[in-house]
Design a binder for this molecule. Structure first.
Ligand SMILES: [Zn+2]
Length: 416
């Protein structure tokens, strides 16, 4: 199985928007943007929403059948490890092996010695084609990289081998993710992580590093765009070089997690892809759920009432909802409107506050982030929520499709 050059991972918390998401892909393809869909959902999301991996497979297959889509598509077991991969094995064909928690964990001395022996040939100035200045590789640097990442690599290899045994090596796409950590990986660290993965027999087609800057949930990129751009371009060069040096898959590409709504870096990413010819996987999750609320609000009446109720409950439960996501949100509580104020809003006011339109004065990133992490509120509403989605289907699906197509795929992959 070989992942195409451009792919979009779209999560769908409640599993109702498969067709609307596929419609964005189909519209993009009709415009000449060669992108394939990946339905991703993590163990964590399944636990919170009460869904199962098999439901994602059903959703994807049903959407594809409904639209008669003939191209490739995938179902991603997102952020899995050995403790929770079992339920995904039969139904997923894309596995995001998350080893961030093993960063810095100890390894056996012999493994470190072997790593240092294998990569000592790179000591001295290392010139990577496409990167202006050479990296200075010292024995100390290699030792530090081993201390930091070797345990993560070993863990990735263990999960990878398990999936190979259960599914067969050619019957899945492997991604390795190290993004859920505080410290970004430098391009040179990425190079040796890839080398060590290759040594351990792992053949990733995508890798998700932790990039410079903040990738908060559902809102714009926060950080130095010039620094991000340099790092992103160097990462691309490193991947191409790692493919040649270590025999990794030729289609190895970067995966950008929490990638939705990072409008500030889409143009630099687009230009870097154009200049290098590299591919990209962009992973989004909660942005579709936010479009569901926008669609409910826009439908007015019952839909708007439900959207207000979701906000009021999320506001009340803010501490509990935000806690698991503390590292990936920045909410200024003082700027959250009081639920009583929101209660008086028109549909237009609600939509304007929530929709990610940077040109709109009423857009409120604090409210948006709170609702982003507030999907548990809708999950606890059960059928009241899913019935409302059905009742407001037209505005909901229109917003889901347009968001993916116009605000994500087009600027990122076509520079529009
Ligand atoms: Zn991630």
């Amino acid at each position: 199985m070989q992942l195409e050059k451009y792919s979009i991972g779209h999560g769908d918390r409640f599993g109702n928007q498969g067709v609307a998401q596929l419609d964005a892909i189909l519209a993009a393809r009709a415009q000449g943007i060669d992108v394939v869909p990946v339905w991703n959902k993590s163990f964590r999301e399944h636990s919170i929403v009460g869904s199962s991996p098999a439901m994602v497979r059903q959703e994807a297959d049903a959407a594809v059948a409904a639209r008669g889509y003939q191209g490739s598509y995938y179902v991603d077991a997102d952020h899995i490890n050995l403790s929770n991969v079992e339920a995904f094995l039969a139904v997923s064909d894309f596995f995001t092996i998350d080893v961030a928690e093993a960063i810095g964990a100890p390894v056996e001395e012999t493994a470190k010695t072997e790593f240092l022996r294998r990569f000592s040939a790179y000591e001295g100035p290392l010139q990577v084609p496409g990167i202006e200045r050479p990296f200075a590789i010292s024995p100390e640097l290699l030792s530090r990289i081993a201390d930091k990442y070797l345990a993560a690599v070993q863990q990735a290899a263990a999960v990878y081998r398990h999936i190979c045994t259960e599914r067969g090596e050619d019957r899945f796409i492997a991604e390795v993710s190290v993004d859920e950590t505080d410290e970004p990986q430098s391009p040179v660290e990425l190079f040796f992580i890839l080398g060590a993965l290759a040594e351990a027999g792992v053949r990733p087609q995508t890798i998700a590093p932790r990039f410079t800057g903040r990738f908060n949930k559902g809102v714009n990129y926060v950080g130095d765009v010039a620094t991000f751009t340099r790092e992103f371009r160097e990462d691309i060069a490193v991947l191409a070089y790692a493919h040649r040096e270590f025999g990794l898959p030729a289609n190895l590409k970067l995966s950008v997690h929490s990638g939705s709504d990072k409008f500030a870096i889409y143009e630099p990413i687009h230009r870097a892809l154009k200049d290098s010819g590299a591919g990209l996987h962009l992973k989004t999750a909660g942005t579709t759920w936010l479009e569901e609320i926008i669609g409910l609000a826009e439908a007015d009446g019952e839909g708007l009432s439900l959207a207000k109720e979701i906000y009021a409950t999320a506001y009340e439960q803010a501490d509990a909802l935000c806690a698991p996501y503390a590292a990936v949100i920045d909410i200024d509580r003082a700027k959250l409107p009081a639920p009583q104020a929101v209660q008086a809003w028109t549909a237009e006011q609600y939509v304007a506050a929530l929709r990610h339109d940077l040109g709109c004065d009423a857009y409120n990133p604090n409210l948006r982030q709170l609702l982003h992490v507030g999907y548990k509120v809708a999950a606890s509403m059960g059928e009241r929520f899913t019935d409302a989605l059905v009742a407001c289907r037209q505005t909901v699906s229109q917003n889901v499709t347009e968001n993916l197509l116009v605000r994500h795929i087009q600027p990122l992959l076509a520079g529009l």
